[in-house]
Design a protein around this ligand. Sequence first.
Ligand code: FES
Length: 276
Amino acid sequence: MTIIRLWLGVTWIYGGWFKASDGQFLTKGAPNSFEAQLNGMIGHSPISFALTHMLEHATLFGWFVMLSEFAIGIATLAGVALQAAALGGFSMTIILWLSVSYHVHPYFLGSDLPNLVLWAAFFLMVRGSNHGRGRRDGGLIPNLRDRREVIRIAGVAVTSVIAAFAGGSFKPKPKAVSHVVAKVSEVSIGQVKEFTALDGSPAILFRTKAGVFAYSRVCTHQGCTVNYQALGNVLSCPCHGAKFDPTNGAKVIAGPAPAPLPKISVSIQGENIVQI
Ligand code: FES
């Protein structure tokens, strides 16, 4: 049980931290924002109707998801309201599965289903061990008449908020404004060049006879960095096998990614290729 608890607690805290320290997650209109992720899932998920409603208040839901991940992870590690934390983790993972990894094939390549099984097992273990010891505390609904329990839950809530703001202070600072992606002479026609976009994310530039174009290299599935494969002329994600066609708007041609790679505007200005 300790190993499962450690895995789930650390993973959920890391999930919260990953979002809190991402400069784009809560920024409306940013390519990696929660809003953009929701947009990418709508139309592919069996709960699209619910995601559409969430889209209207994407920033608010983004905060809710981030704080919930911190709270569930911290409560799990600290042993506070464990049954409620396990049920929260289980519920959250069902939503993640239905919205993010529902179409992953074969099913075991996605991480949400295994996590769902772990949360269910953890919940049953906590429930079983409480009953075994005849404990009244740590039930599904925390005993709010127990002052110590209330203080422990408040501690989890405060720590979650502090962690979210601490993560925010680690957001990558925008690079000094330098729009130059490459010198025209460095990228011959038919060549590609990886570069760092203005928002600090990895990107890739293509130069063809018709001009230049570029895409973010952040996979629209779960954020891994895609690589260019000259053989086949595809952008390929090493995590779950998504493939994108750079000659056709970086549309998804294989794998679980729900949306094309975001386009980055570039143009040739004099002897430079610049991001605009
Ligand atoms: S992160 Fe899953 S396919 Fe790219």
